[in-house]
Write a protein that binds this ligand. Sequence first.
Ligand SMILES: [Zn+2]
Length: 422
Amino acid sequence: MGLSPDLILHSGKIVTVDDRFTIAQALAIKDGRIVAVGRSADVRKLAGQGSKVIDLKGRTVIPGLVEAHIHLSYNNVKVIADLDLNCPPEYSTLVSAKNAELALSCGYTAARSAGSVHGVDVALKRAINEGLYPGPRLLAASRDIVATGGMSDWNPSYLKLGMDGLAVIADGADQIRTAVRRAIKDGADVIKCYVGGDALLPHTPIADCTYTLAEVQALVDETHMRGRIASAHVRGARSSRVAAEAGVDSIEHATYADDETLRMIADRGLFLVPGLRYLYSIIENGPRFGITEDIVGPSGLRDEIKQAADTYRRAKDLGIRMCPGGDFGFAWNPHGEYAKDIQVFVDVIGFTPLEAITCATRRGAELMRMQDRIGTLAAGKLADLVVVDGDPLKDITVLQDRSRLSVMKGGRFVTSRQGDYS
Ligand SMILES: [Zn+2]
């Protein structure tokens, strides 16, 4: 066994996303890890017998992307029953595997789940890690933990249907602790709960708050006791406040969070995952799928989208760690369009392309607590990266064109522009 690298990529623009935002020209990979990053002349000197050397011809390399709010088991959801009654576990498992492969081919070498139907994430993560199916490094989420009558509990009682696919209904601290313990027993890394409402669910409008502070504190306490990540869906001011005060690690949306809540999120070092592209997609495409004017109209999503731009700019100014991750999996917001959520970080929230890429890589790795292994391009890190035919620092939308991406996970190209690197 020699010391020479297995692979050297040189003469490119290597966006390291390290502390100093260094732009390098070359990197070397051995045994699935990055062993050197630097100038082409220096890194090329490391080449030995058996090193494969590839000229990037000026292409850009970024760390593998992280989808911070993914639902791999949601597949082309057109009506809300597609999230439960219409999706048996076997089907949910199959579509999850398909979507995992798609996400990887879009440059997403890691993903943090924000909820899965029938808890299929856990088995999917295992199959990916065993090399049975291609997919991102995954943190598996529990089914939604929700109060009686909360957002994910929409079937009225007289139907006697329950919500067994999507949700676990838990009220009061004791039931919530039991739900968390069961989710962890079954393999969840992320404990997802619904504290707030949503325009799409008329029984729980945006402003609703469906858990008390004490209930969410119990969930966070139990989750942290076991070293897992707590996540809460909130949109209105009150639910956002409850999630922040309870110390939920990853706060999803928080569109109407007030200044005090945002300051709390910043001070406590919590993550905010806006999922902003989803709102644009539902306004643009929702009416074609029967989303009605009372949901989209001026006091519904159009108001939320105005508020969203303002809230997330304030969050950015406070230095809150924000990650792209966009609730893809609905008919109006299909899997495969993940990088559109990075574009809104630039176009709407006002991040520079480099900052947006940082949110989509390094911050995502921090949210997943994998920053020692992924998120930046540095010696010692896993070789998870994307070679981009173009320059996302000049045009962030290039990341949406799969035909211009070659994706490497763990030192191996898993998808490649035809004939380029395979
Ligand atoms: Zn979601």
